[in-house]
Design a protein around this ligand. Structure first.
Ligand SMILES: [Zn+2]
Length: 346
């Protein structure tokens, strides 16, 4: 099979159906329990696959229908973390949240998402992608009452993530994505051990690996933070040179409607780029022309065989109509640029 030029993908979440969880709410609790919940999650995953396929998304993911939260749902399945014992910490230096406590050595018993990934594999012949939290973002979402060292805990989580990633690969996942929004905040730690622990999480995989770094969902705390960043957001300038030298294959980043200067993409030349061409902080559905315009500009810095048009971040807080409209805009905008590239090369 000839690989599709400019394969499209979504970063992560899609809205959940109202029978599964409270709609248009980030991290909303489940409306079902027990076996009903397990069945409901799978039905929602089927719908997510169907909607992505109908709208010609090429790399299919589960739309995070199997997760309540992109970090804590994974941690819930690990040993050493007490979800009853809560402390308030500051997340990514931005907002306070009540979080679980690390009370002992962290480890993973059973695989967490392997069965869900196998189920996703059965639903489509297209390439599939699965997202896990990155080590630095995991430690930033917990209170550590045991290791008393962010670095030590990150290395422990990296080993656990590597076990999980190998199981996902065995389940047939083609791309394993690590979500590391913390790389846009903690530059010294990222340089000292953040990239190294991410590489440890991805070690020895045959599947392609991706790292997603964004400015977050369109929630108030993130929007307020963005307002302080000035007209040019240069945070990627810290991570990109390190990632360019790293073992990670794909860098997923926020671009459309953001303050990220596109010339920063030059710093990851040679890597595949999952490029955010859809704004997730704004309900207005992009026109295909707005999407194609962003992709065209980006192609000055990214080779066309390395560009994966995508969303800026997850779309869980949107209504289904808005999210699905944005998927259609992503495909339609990408088609325009594919057509231009094929004319140019013929
Ligand atoms: Zn994101």
């Amino acid at each position: 099979m000839t690989p599709t030029l400019l394969p499209t993908s979504i970063v992560g979440s899609l809205p959940k159906p109202s029978w599964l969880a409270q709609p248009e709410t980030l991290w909303s609790p489940w409306n079902l329990q027990g076996d009903d919940l397990a069945e409901g999650r799978r039905d929602a995953l089927r719908i997510a696959v169907h909607e992505q396929t109908n709208r010609e998304i090429d790399i299919i993911s589960d739309g995070e229908q199997t997760r309540q939260h992109f970090v804590t749902t994974f941690i819930e399945h690990l040993n050493g973390v007490d979800f009853e014992k809560r402390e308030t910490v500051r997340i990514r230096d931005r907002y306070d949240a009540s979080v679980p406590t690390v009370v002992g050595a962290v480890s993973r018993g059973e695989p967490v998402f392997a069965d869900d990934a196998k189920f996703l594999r059965q639903q489509t012949d297209q390439p599939i992608k699965w997202a896990l939290p990155g080590p630095m973002t995991m430690i930033d979402t917990l209170y550590d009452g045991y290791y008393k060292s962010r670095e030590k805990l990150a290395w422990e989580f990296a080993a656990v993530l590597n076990q999980e990633a190998r199981d996902l690969e065995a389940a047939g996942v083609d791309i394993i994505q690590f979500d590391e929004p913390a790389f846009n905040v903690f530059f010294d730690e990222m340089t000292d051990w953040g990239i190294a622990t991410l590489e440890r999480a991805a070690e020895g995989l045959r599947a392609e690996t991706a790292v997603h770094i964004c400015y977050g969902y369109g929630i108030t705390a993130n929007n307020d933070w963005k307002a302080t960043l000035g007209s040019e957001w240069r945070q990627y300038g810290e991570s990109f040179p390190l990632l360019q030298q790293s073992t990670i294959d794909i860098v997923s980043l926020e671009c459309h409607n953001s303050g990220v200067p596109m010339d920063l993409l030059e710093l990851i030349r040679g890597k595949k780029v999952m490029l955010g061409a859809i704004d997730v902080a704004n309900e207005t559905i992009e026109t295909p022309e707005e999407v194609s315009d962003t992709l065209r500009k980006v192609l000055r810095f990214v080779d066309s065989d390395k560009l994966i048009p995508s969303t800026n971040c997850g779309m869980a807080p949107f209504s289904r109509d808005v999210a699905l409209g944005k998927l259609s805009a992503l495909s339609a905008g990408t088609s325009i640029v594919r057509e231009e590239l094929s004319v140019a090369s013929s």
